[in-house]
Design a protein around this ligand. Structure first.
Ligand code: DSN
Length: 442
């Protein structure tokens, strides 16, 4: 940090501030994690300065003899770890990776299916405001109120619309993804099946979730969630994918460049390689198991405190709390109050949410980052207790249905933080715990 503080003290102070926020607070956002010191170091190397449009051995720029080896090494590690014949490690992040899948497999206007965003899918799986539904005809499928996939609806829609591609996976799914059942439907209608395993990639390589590789044609994943690498993504082609289309690997590579991206971010790619190496160590299996154990402990402690959970629990790293028994739109208030005391979560829609996505009735929680810091059962129980105390403390706040009244209610709620000593006392308790569990990369 020394050179930053000399060159740009203002930026240096902000980075220090963020280090403190992460260290003194508790990340329960299921899509965030704390990457290792080695991963962070890779991001700050001269690899960031090199242009390398193309792929190893076939670039548009000179001077690639070293970065060819870097990218080749990361490709090999990805292939080995996930058990796939082809891996593209260049996508800048999850959304471009998913976009490249469309480019490689569909023509503009083709029909695609994905889990509706409000059911726990992702924007790029065809959400109505995503460009993916602008260029392709999106037919979303949903979960039932208990959080399980509505296979009857999916099967009916798939036969009716004959999609070219079906997505499985998403961003707010507390249960195991039913890859085999998805494959049966995709095969029946001749669609590509793509697993977006961004949330659970680390659990898959750590043996805590079934792998989609035998069932799907393509796999996309971000690299920074349970996989604990830098912010990036990968696209993998399975043997089943090559059997369906022997040119699928080339099509994916072409979709990334020249289709969608320019030069790859080689510092990130090196960081991904380090994360893959780390994920291949025996200790990572232990990490993946502890992530799930911690999520289950947190889920059952919350249930014991009277919270209602979507699907009544979790199979993975993620918990979705249904706050409707105390009123609608309450995810907003709880996430703000938790943020005030240094606990970071997501307001989130629940299946059939009576409120809107910006004022949802659920709270999304996850265990990957806390587990990376070494927290365990005792800490999960304490965290559940804090969430309960905060929930009780704000029990009288309610979300108005009128738009302007809503804005005022949220503002007054936030203003109350400054004068209510409860929040500062709680923040100190959270900080005290967090300081006992240092963030590894710092
Ligand atoms: N932003 C990611 C998440 O939080 O789940 C999905 O893109």
């Amino acid at each position: 940090m020394i050179s930053i503080s000399q060159t740009d003290p203002e930026m240096s102070r902000l980075i220090d501030e963020e280090v403190r926020r992460q260290q003194e607070g508790l990340t329960l956002i299921p899509s965030e994690n704390h990457s290792s010191k080695a991963v962070l170091e890779a991001l700050g190397t001269v690899l960031t300065d090199k242009y390398a449009e193309g792929y190893p051995g076939k670039r548009y720029y000179a001077g690639n003899e070293v970065v060819d080896k870097v990218e080749g090494l990361v490709q090999e590690r990805a292939k080995k770890l996930f058990g796939v014949p082809h891996a593209n490690v260049q996508p800048y992040s999850g959304s471009p990776a998913n976009f490249a899948v469309y480019l490689a497999t569909c023509n503009p206007g083709d029909t695609i299916m994905g889990l509706d965003l409000l059911s726990g899918g992702h924007l790029t799986h065809g959400w109505k405001f995503s460009a993916t539904s602008l260029f392709w005809k999106s037919v979303p499928y949903h979960v039932k109120e208990d959080g399980s996939t509505n296979f009857d609806e999916l099967l009916t829609l798939a036969h009716q619309h004959k999609p070219k591609l079906i997505w499985c996976g998403g961003t707010a799914i507390p249960r195991a993804i039913p890859f085999k059942e998805m494959m049966d439907i995709a095969d029946e209608v001749g669609a590509y099946l793509v697993a977006d395993i961004s949330h659970i990639a680390g659990l898959i390589v750590g043996g805590a979730h079934e792998s989609p590789v035998p069932y799907v044609h393509l796999v996309t994943t971000t690299t920074h969630k349970t996989l604990r690498g830098p912010r990036g993504a990968m696209i993998m082609v399975t043997q089943k994918g090559l059997d369906k289309d022997p040119e699928l690997a080339e099509k994916i590579d072409k979709a990334i460049i020249p289709g969608l991206q320019g030069g790859p971010h080689l510092n990130t790619i090196a960081g991904i390689g380090i994360a893959l190496l780390e994920a291949n160590q025996p200790e990572f299996k232990n990490y993946a198991r502890r992530v799930v154990d911690n999520a289950r402990t947190l889920a059952s402690a919350l249930t014991n405190h009277g919270f209602k959970l979507v699907s009544d629990g979790t199979d993975n790293h993620l918990i979705l709390v249904d706050l409707t028994p105390t009123g609608i739109g309450r995810g907003v208030f709880l996430h703000l109050a938790l943020e005030r005391i240094g606990i970071y979560s997501n307001k989130n829609t629940i299946p059939a949410d009576p409120s809107s996505p910006f004022y949802p009735s659920g709270l999304r929680l996850g265990s990957p980052a806390a587990t990376t810091r070494g927290m365990g059962e005792k800490e999960m129980e304490r965290i559940a207790e804090w969430i309960k105390r905060v929930t009780d403390h704000i029990k009288d706040v309610s979300m108005p249905s009128d738009k302007e009244a809503r804005r005022i209610a949220i503002k007054e709620f936030k203003d109350s933080f400054a004068t209510d000593p409860f929040y500062e006392v709680m923040k100190q308790a959270v900080k005290e715990l967090c300081l006992k569990f240092p963030i590894p990369g710092i």
